[in-house]
Every structure is written in C-alpha cells, then in structure tokens.
Design a protein around this ligand. Structure first.
Ligand SMILES: [Fe+2]
Ligand SMILES: [Fe+2]
Length: 470
C-alpha cells in the first residue's frame, strides 16, 4: 500500500518527486491556492485552532489523524486510492479491455470538461459557506463546517492534479480558472447553478450537505468506474472523505427535527407561529428547505435525455454508480420509458443514464427521510417530511420551466406562481431562519433551534473545545 509522504512540500502518494516538471507546476499553483483560501475561504477564522482530521493513508481502516491546527496550515495534498492490479474497463463498448493510464486523444476534451466541472464544485462550496462560521450553533458544528471546507479544498487539489498531470498546458490553464471563477460572481460565476446559490444560514448548509454533497457522492461513484484509471483512483479516495459531509447533513437535520419535536411537546402544539416564537424551526418550514435544495440538486444530474450521457458511457469515461450491481454493462439494445410533459417516451437506455442515476440518488435520499419521519411518528404527530417530485422546479431537461406541483402534477402557471412560496422558502421564511442564526461558542452549548449531537468527534465529549477562537 502506498503511504503518504508528508515530508514533501505537497503531501502526496503519487511519487511527485520523480516528476520534477509536474512537481514544479503544482508548486507554482500551490501559493495561488493558498491565496484563494485566504480570500475566499472561511472568513476571519485563519488564526482559530481547529480539531481536524487529516489523511495519513488511503486505506479504509483508520486513514485519519486527528489534531489541532490552524486551517491555513492544513496539509492539502494529492492522494489516490491504491491501484487495482490488471484493472479492466467494466462497461461500455470497450468492456474487458485494460483501463487507460493516459488520456486517449479522442476523449481528451470531454474528459477535461468532466474533470473541470467536478473540480469547479469543490472550491465553489467553500465560497458559498464562507460566512457561516459567524453564526455557528455550536463549536462542534463550527468544527464540522471547517472540516468540510478543508476537504473540499483537497478535492480541488485532487482535480487539479489530474489536470496538471494529464492535460498539459490546457490543464494548467483550467487549474487557474478554477481559482478565478467564484460562487455567485456576476461576471465569472461557478459552472453549475446550485453552486451559485447564496448560503446564508445553517439550515441551508445541512440541506446542502444532505442533498448536494450526495450528488457529489453519485458523481464520484460514477467516475470511480471510469476507464481513465487515475480519475477512478482519485475519486475512490475522495468518496471516503465525502461520507463525512453527508453525515453532517443527515445528523444536522435530525437534530433540528429532534429539537422541534421537543418544543412541540413542551408547548403541546404544532402551531408554526408558536414554535417559531420559541426559536425552533417548524416542520413545514423545514419541508420547504428540503424542497428547495433537493430540486436544485436534481438538476445537477443533467437532462433526462442526453446524448452526452450515452457517449460518456459507451466510451468508458463515466459509468453508473455501483456499475457491478447491474446485469447489462453495454446497454446497446435496452430502452427506458421516460415521462415527459408531452407524454411517455421510449428512449435508448444509453441516452437515459442521467435519469437512471437521478433515480438511484433519490432512493439514497429517502434513507434520511425515513429516519426523520420515524422520529416524528414516535412523537405522535401525523406530519411527514417528503421529497419533492423529480419534475418539480426543474431548470434542465424536458420538465424545465414546466409548472408542476411538488407531487409532479402539471398545474396552471398562475397557480404555480401563487403556490411557490408555500413550497420553497419565502422571503419571510428566510428572514425568520436568519433571525435564529446567532453564534454560540461556549463549549457544549447549542443554539435554541438544534439539539446536541449524539456523540462528539473521535470519541471526545460533546463539551470538548473543538475550535479555539482565543
Ligand atoms: Fe467534494
Ligand atoms: Fe463534499
């Protein structure tokens, strides 16, 4: 197993010191990254001491080392999962042939675009979250936010390594651009819409890490199947980091639900106004946040019918998540029925792979919903949280711009416009949630709208001082 060399300026397990040109190019990019972190990373927390985990090896058992450090001193580096001996292409028209250690010329621009699009989301999320430290509900949560931020920074490194190592001058230029675009920037926005949405409160953060980081998981899983082996190995290691981000989302929402149920019990009511008066988030408001972030994240899978998805699969560039669990890996003579506003359409399966991925993603999203609904049911309430239909509020694909309710039923446009503020957070909802965002930094204390976690980080107490702000 390859170990990570921390004596190097850029920690890595890819023998960077044996490739001086690449090493120099990345060492040239490194100060730019640090400058970006300084300008666009968690604002005003550069001197805070944070209890962070750092990768020390790439195997699944105990890869992490925990310690207290300042975020700018985090050892961002290049870590690939170990190679699989004699790995073969697992799907598409070249199935069974050896995987690629270099980029085949005919796939070069497509692969570069896929890597750049993935890479762009990583720093984008750090930029979106940069002000949240000021309103943390606890030191435990503050530390989790920062852990996610440094890891998304490392995910940027993961993609920049591929661009530098395999795409020559174009790749180096793209690596510069990844630091030049910014979330929400009018002139140079991030590539994907979800990553330009403002994130002003922690309820949005928990929904984002639940839904949008989960989209990340699905993208990484499909790249882990790729015939381009360095991409596969890079993404396999990123997935081990990604799990924590979704944990933060799922447990964050659980704790919101738990706290709300406590307040409902104390007050003996489910009246949103009275729950809000006690500084808790009523369940209908939570539902609106789920609707917003889920529908936004569904667009990230792309159009239901897509010739790109077909060629990416057929060529071996991008598989389905958990490709081995399917029977047919070529899909040349399969079709799929898709619902469109014009009625049902039968399309070649290869062209419907975005939808296949979106459906398995939605199934994965259900897991948290079940858990939260069990809590609500056990507390004796009839209310149930749900996922919106995958046709709701879409801006990509055949359902883009079609007025559809959260159950997927086509409705009159005027009615849609009128109801929208019952389905996604209104200005009033956002300002109410915003009013709850007051910073709590006494060790072990929680803001009024969220219950404490079940346990601390790495077996430490919940009261541990996870971030020392001096
Ligand atoms: Fe990431
Ligand atoms: Fe993530």
């Amino acid at each position: 197993m390859s170990s990570i060399d921390y004596a190097e300026k850029i920690p890595n397990n890819v023998n960077l010191q044996n490739d001086r040109t690449l090493q120099r190019a990345l060492e040239h990019w490194q100060p730019r990254f640090l400058q970006w972190w300084h300008e666009m990373g968690p604002a005003d927390f550069e001197s805070a001491n944070v209890y962070l985990r750092t990768a020390i090896s790439v195997d699944a058992q105990g890869w992490a080392h925990y310690g207290t450090l300042r975020m700018p001193d985090y050892r961002w580096g290049i870590f690939l999962a170990d190679p699989v001996a004699d790995r073969r292409i697992g799907f598409g028209d070249q199935m069974g042939q050896p995987v690629w250690q270099q980029v085949p010329g005919e796939y070069r621009s497509t692969l570069r675009r896929l890597i750049v699009t993935q890479g762009d989301t990583e720093p984008a999320s750090v930029e979106q979250q940069r002000m949240l430290g000021h309103t943390c509900p606890s030191l435990y949560d503050l530390r989790n936010l920062f852990q996610i931020n440094v890891e998304e920074g490392r995910h940027l490194w993961a993609m920049v390594y591929l661009l530098h190592a395999y795409f020559g001058r174009d790749g180096r230029e793209e690596a510069e651009e990844l630091l030049a675009r910014h979330s929400g920037d009018e002139n140079k926005p991030r590539i994907l819409t979800t990553f330009n949405e403002p994130m002003l409160d922690w309820l949005s953060l928990f929904c984002f890490t639940y839904f949008t980081d989960r989209d990340g998981k699905y993208q990484l899983k499909s790249f882990a199947e790729s015939a381009f082996d360095p991409l596969s190995r890079t993404c396999r290691f990123m997935l081990t980091e990604e799990a924590h981000h979704m944990f933060v989302g799922e447990t964050g929402i659980s704790r919101v639900v738990k706290r709300t149920l406590e307040v409902m019990k104390e007050l003996g009511t489910d009246d949103p106004a009275r729950i809000r008066a006690r500084s808790a988030i009523d369940l209908p408001t939570l539902q609106k946040y789920l609707n917003f972030w889920c529908s936004s994240s569904l667009d990230l899978f792309g159009s239901e019918i897509s010739s790109n998805s077909a060629s990416n699969f057929a060529s071996g560039m991008k598989g389905r998540p958990d490709e081995t669990t399917y029977d047919d890996h070529v899909l040349r003579d399969k079709t799929m029925k898709l619902g469109t506003p014009e009625g049902e359409q039968e399309v070649p399966m290869l062209n419907a792979l975005n939808e296949v991925m979106r459906e398995s993603y939605l199934k994965d999203c259900e897991i948290g919903l079940k858990r939260w609904n069990r809590m609500i049911e056990r507390a004796g309430h009839a209310f149930r949280l749900t996922l919106p239909s995958s046709r709701f509020r879409r801006s990509i694909g055949p359902w883009a711009g079609v007025p559809v309710d959260t159950h997927g039923k086509m409705i009159d446009r005027a009615e849609y416009e009128r109801c929208l503020e019952d389905w996604i957070p209104s200005e009033r909802d956002r300002s109410f949630v915003g009013s709850l965002m007051k910073r709590v930094i006494e060790p072990g204390k929680m803001a009024a709208w969220i219950a404490p976690p079940e346990r601390g980080i790495n077996n430490l107490a919940i009261e541990h001082e996870y971030v020392n702000l001096h």
